[in-house]
Design a protein around this ligand. Sequence first.
Ligand SMILES: [Zn+2]
Length: 200
Amino acid sequence: MNSPIEEITLDGGWLCLDFANTVSTRKPAKGEEYLNTWDDFARWVRRLGVLPEKEFEAWEKMPPGDMDEVRALREAIYNFFDYYAKNGKVHPAHLETLNGFLHEVYMYTCIKMTDSGLQRGIFKKTYMEKPLWIIALSAESLLLSARLPRVKACDNCGWLFLDTSKNGARRWCNMSTCGSQTKAKAWYHRKKELESGKGG
Ligand SMILES: [Zn+2]
């Protein structure tokens, strides 16, 4: 049987948001942990194609890193975007924490020429922390972009996602896992109200 990390739905729409969604739920609080071991993290890195295949193979052979650091970055990303999604503004403490991670990343980055113009990238050499840095940079590019107001927290499970719908009215991370549950629940409540004569 595959581990949950290989089967979770990838509904974030942005690398750092999928990373934030590596727990079973966020509502009412953080649920089951899916990133327990470095091996879990490696599987996720491979699944998301964070590193090119060849580089991944080299990276995988390196000694494992600190899972506390992996989860700390994840929670920093989650806190930042979750707060923004719910309040429409940045929490200074969340930004400071994220800046702490990015400060380290910048030492290993350079501006690269890519097909889509100049972009910040990481030096060619493979470092054990490289996937984490790529995830941190994905958070940076999202929070500096015009897409930031489109980051939302799922009504049902609290997972984060980028709403790319035309009207910006998406409420669930995934229609079939969360949308239908909420709809079924709403229908159930309505039915109960009708039965008790409260609804109209
Ligand atoms: Zn959801």
